[in-house]
Design a protein around this ligand. Structure first.
Ligand SMILES: C[S@@+](CC[C@H](N)C(=O)[O-])C[C@H]1O[C@@H](n2cnc3c(N)ncnc32)[C@H](O)[C@@H]1O
Length: 242
């Protein structure tokens, strides 16, 4: 790590001391109540800017239906349900998220997207989805979640377990920028602050490496530059088939 980057990161860490302290004494937990509202507001803008890219990604979902039956979808870290509008009509959706305070926003999104049927909302993390059986879904979806899970490898192990053979894992995730760019520099410098704003989100992850190592039989992955702010501009998008 270069000296200027080390120094700037140190300064940001010092400025974040009150936040570090709040986390240490458990006060940061209150942010979990506010965060769903922030995600709900931000995802409206995100979906506007990423509409065509999401449409293109989820266009392939029907291909993974089991013998023409309605597609069974499990969405991990569903948040306020911003992806529902892109799922094919008749799909059966199960969602999970460790933050129960999303329930209100999720309900609203479910009401707006009555072209789907909803099985359940499971309050659990992607690392432990023990209430979801083995090989019981056709499609698993994660958008803007692998940046936050504590353990990407374990989450992908769970994705692999719940997918039936021939099913697919769809993802759209922001990732670390190219090391030769200023974005890469500022992603690392601002990370300590971003962590709190994004409820544990890390903008410096090389998420594609975990997907490449996860043992899927086919991986369709593209690196794209999105029309979003520098910290979350570089994305990976695609799907992996079990
Ligand atoms: C930035 S939001 C994205 C929400 C939604 N997927 C979207 O695209 O709008 C990140 C989501 O990941 C959830 N999350 C955090 N840690 C998680 C974990 N370990 N497993 C699954 N989801 C998690 C958060 O509660 C939140 O809903």
């Amino acid at each position: 790590m270069s000296f200027p980057r080390k120094f700037c990161t140190f300064v940001v860490n010092v400025l974040c001391l009150p936040l570090h302290l709040m986390k240490a004494v458990g006060l940061y937990e209150y942010y979990k109540r506010v965060f769903p509202f922030c995600v709900y507001r931000i995802s409206i803008t995100y979906n506007k800017k990423m509409h065509d890219k999401k449409k293109e990604l989820f266009h392939s979902v029907p291909e993974f239906s089991d013998s023409g039956k309605p597609v069974k979808i499990l969405e991990i870290g569903c948040g306020s349900g911003t992806n529902f509008e892109f799922y094919p009509s008749g799909s059966r959706v199960t969602c999970c998220d460790p933050n129960p305070h999303f329930r209100k926003f999720l309900k609203k999104s479910m009401e707006q997207n009555d072209h789907l049927s909803y099985d359940s909302f499971v309050v659990s993390s992607g690392e432990d989805m023990s209430s979801v059986g083995d090989e019981c879904v056709d499609v698993v979806v994660c958008t803007l979640v692998l940046c936050t899970v504590r353990d990407i490898t374990q989450t992908l192990r769970e994705v692999h377990r719940v997918l039936r053979k021939g099913g697919a894992f769809f993802f759209m995730e922001h990732v670390v920028a190219d090391p030769s760019t200023w974005s890469h520099f500022f992603q690392h410098v601002l990370q300590p602050l971003w962590y709190y704003f994004g409820d544990g989100c890390e903008v410096t992850r090389e998420t594609w490496k975990y997907l490449e190592a996860a043992g899927f039989s086919e991986l369709q992955l593209r690196h794209i530059e999105t029309p979003l702010m520098f910290a979350i501009k570089p994305h990976i998008v695609g799907y992996a088939v079990k």
